[in-house]
Design a binder for this molecule. Structure first.
Ligand code: ATP
Ligand code: MG
Length: 509
């Protein structure tokens, strides 16, 4: 019996020597000068620099110093006096005077009669851990305050983290955008650790095309970074454009497998810059007089040549021609003259609204009136319409005549694109976003190919037999004069959405 106890004690002492945690045992005399150290293990020496013989018989207070937390020590004393376990954290000092942070607990060791004979302190140096977490807190603060969007996601594209700027844009910023499309639906607030189960390229950022998405995926698969423009996800046409960098992040803890642990996307909102650029470009394009005149010469030249040929023929052969032939030539002449008139009419748009007079326009009633004016035309073509405002009242700064002209051009194009399509429909949807209001005019017509899409705003670009190709050029010019933007998004055989962005005006009284 005695033998086995002694053997156990030897075993325990040797095990304690091998612990990573520092172990310090004192007697249980709490009166001043306080308990004395009766045992320390090797880890204690490693941690503090004191050899056992330097501390045995002394008080643990030798480890304390000016930055040691007095409140923690008071609590320690009170708890030891009551014989209950103590846990705490404070600053201690090594033999060479260097401070370090310890986290430790103290247990009262009782004899067989239940009397406390010793206290055992188990201590761990947590300086590095605290430094790390302080560093992490600083980084988190920087991320939270950053005006750039920071999003982390895993291999499968599932969101792991998004910072406050991202959260604000997705959840808070866009009054009137459908909330089911946002992170809000998935989690009340995307705190770290409480992250929405959403896919980055569907739920948050939206590459401008499938090709872009594939390019990003390919880059990421090869663990290289990608930079380009993506949009912030919303309904049909997004007003938010983001300059985005995506970089792979490798986990140092799993070295050598070559796979990124996660990806970080940092995105800066460049919508405003783009908007100003677009306005400037629209001005430039419509003002490049030479370009416009070349187009006019071409457009007027064809019908005039055709008229001249027909009239010359009539002039030389009038007496010998049968009446039907004369009629058909005259019809051709009248048709060409009509075309010239149409062209001249369209060109008026370039100068008609030299200085638009901006006034607050209540979009709801304006749209109702506009739709009722074109209703007969729409009915004749069997085109159904719908209109929807995301807010009860949306007031824009615009010139009513210019706005009417622009909507008319867009609707005329939509009707053309809907010819022969199943269930032809045009929808108007308006929503406010910050200082702007976006009106989307969408059709489910034949759509615009990528090659054509880059040209449609150029004067005289038309894919129609009798189109002048001026409708959109004039519309964009009118819109830019109202400090607005006109953007297009289209899918072949699916349909086209033009989004008109205008300044929001204070509510009309
Ligand atoms: N909603 C739409 N759906 C499909 N294509 C469209 C749409 N709107 C415009 N387009 C394309 O853009 C081109 C240019 O349009 P734009 O209004 O400037 O000229 P147009 O309609 O051809 O002629 P105009 O309006 O002067 O009679 C069109 O020819 C067409 O190819
Ligand atoms: Mg047109």
């Amino acid at each position: 019996m005695v033998d086995s106890t002694t053997a156990n004690q030897g075993l325990l002492a040797s095990a304690t020597e091998h612990l990573d945690e520092s172990v310090l045992i004192t007697d249980a005399v709490l009166e001043l000068p306080g308990p004395r150290i009766v045992y320390v293990n090797r880890a204690f020496t490693r941690m503090t620099g004191y050899a056992p013989e330097e501390v045995l018989g002394k008080t643990p207070r030798i480890l304390q110093g000016p930055k040691t937390d007095r409140a923690v020590l008071d609590r320690l004393r009170a708890q030891l006096a009551r014989g209950v376990r103590f846990e705490g954290q404070t600053i201690n000092y090594r033999k060479d005077g260097a401070p370090f942070v310890i986290r430790w607990y103290i247990e009262a060791l009782r004899d067989t009669d239940g009397v406390i004979r010793h206290f055992m302190a188990v201590q761990r140096d947590v300086t590095e851990q605290i430094r790390d977490s302080r560093h992490r807190r600083r980084l988190e603060t920087a991320l939270a305050r950053s005006s750039s969007l920071v999003v982390m996601f895993d291999d499968a594209g599932a969101l792991l983290y998004c910072n406050a700027a991202c959260d604000k844009l997705i959840n808070g910023g866009r009054a009137g955008w459908p909330r089911q499309n946002t992170v809000a639906k998935q989690s009340a607030r995307s705190e770290p650790g409480n992250v929405p189960k959403q896919k980055i390229w569907q739920g948050v950022l939206r590459p401008r095309s499938r090709a872009t998405l594939n390019e990003i995926r390919l880059q990421l698969r090869e663990a290289t970074s990608w930079r380009g423009e993506v949009e912030l996800r919303d309904g049909a046409a997004s007003p938010l454009l983001l300059d985005t960098v995506v970089v792979p992040v490798f986990d140092e803890l799993v070295p050598g497998n070559g796979r990124p642990d996660c990806f970080v996307a940092i995105a800066v909102d460049i919508t405003r810059n783009r908007r100003l650029e677009a306005i400037a470009e629209a001005h430039n394009l419509a003002d490049s007089v030479g370009y416009v005149f070349a187009g006019i010469r071409h457009e007027l030249g064809n019908p005039i040549n055709s008229i001249k040929a027909a009239v010359t023929l009539l002039h030389e052969n009038l007496s010998s021609l049968p009446a039907e032939r004369v009629d058909s030539y005259l019809e051709r002449v009248l048709g060409e003259i009509e075309r010239v008139e149409y062209l001249l009419d369209a060109l008026r748009g370039f100068s008609l609204f030299q200085a638009p007079e901006l006034e607050p326009i209540d979009l709801g009633p304006f749209l109702d009136r506009f739709i009722s004016l074109i209703q007969t035309d729409l009915d004749r073509q069997g085109v159904s319409t719908s209109s929807e405002l995301a807010e009860p009242v949306l007031v824009v700064h615009a010139d009513p005549r210019a706005l009417h002209q622009v909507l008319l051009n867009l609707v005329t194009n939509a009707i053309d694109a809907l010819a022969g399509r199943p269930n032809p429909a045009i929808s108007f949807a308006a929503r406010g976003f910050g200082e702007h209001v976006y009106l989307a005019i969408a059709d489910n017509g034949l759509g615009i190919s990528d090659e054509d899409a880059v040209n449609i705003f150029r004067p005289f670009f038309s894919t129609k037999h009798h189109g002048s190709g001026l409708g959109l050029a004039i519309s964009r010019k009118l819109v830019s004069q109202m400090n607005g933007t006109l953007e297009v998004e289209s899918r072949v055989r699916r349909g086209t959405t033009f989004t008109l962005g205008l300044d929001r005006a204070p509510k009309a009284p």
